[in-house]
Design a protein around this ligand. Sequence first.
Ligand SMILES: [Zn+2]
Length: 334
Amino acid sequence: MMKSGQLLSSWQIKINNTQNRKELEKIRIKILGRKGLVNQLLAKITQQPPSKKKEFGRQINKIKKGLFTAIKKQESKLQQESKSQGQKFDPTIPTLKPPLGKKHPLSQTIEEIADIFEKIGFIRVKYPEITTDWYCFGGVNVPPDHPSRDDQETFFLENGLVLSTHTTSGILQEIERVKKPPIRMLHIAKCYRRQIDIAHTPMFHQFEGWLVDKNVSVAHLKWTLDYFAREFFGIKRVTRLRPHHFRYTEPSFEVDITCGACLGNGCRFCKEGWVELGGAGMAHPTVLKNAGLDPKIYSALAFGWGVERVFAIRTGIADIRPLFKNNLDFLNQF
Ligand SMILES: [Zn+2]
């Protein structure tokens, strides 16, 4: 005959060791379930010699009652425990924070650039990304078949329209809108060119400033560029102008900024101490004429640069393409 006392106590230990009601329920099924311990024992009654059957049944009943009681006891014990744990619950403890979204680094940069120029009176405007050949090229002194059009690999649409290749396409529209200087335009918009490499994407952003008024000079241009360099890149940064050629400006300049690593002394990142920012200049008389202004009365300073470019210079990223790949591990760095 089985050792009923030993069996009973070994299962009682298992019952008492359960930590929660789920564990207890598993044990209950093992004992009292259809294929559980008690039913298995009952099935063995028939195998017992007739003289021992009665005693065997009595033992099974004893085990069954004992385990049933133990389960009930453990059940109320676990219930008490979870109640007292409930009292420890502190509703003032902060919950886990859900992940917060934020603006794309280029949107942040555009807002920052707009803030910087709005402080000195530039007004942010936006003109259509689909525009005419006249606003994009002809009107800003880039005649048909001029070789400089080849530099801006243009997306041509039907009806002679184009996807704007640069924010310069906004200046004639702005002068037509305001009509009479002074004009302080900050045009920030998407631009499109058929090119892709580490520094170019088919869609990118430019910001372009024009100040049209009487007696605007290169000195005003230089001051404005230095102001932007200080505000955007840091207090110790300055710009320099190198002669260049653009169709919409005369004179035209390439603008450099002092290298952020060596502040102009020269280092292995920049070689000469300067990093190229982009183009600037004084409005070409033909552009002003095309807008109906007399270039003998009015002059204008102009600059237009890539948002991705200034972002890349400031952050040190070598490749701008990941900015458009929606990889949050990359974007969340900024
Ligand atoms: Zn350097």
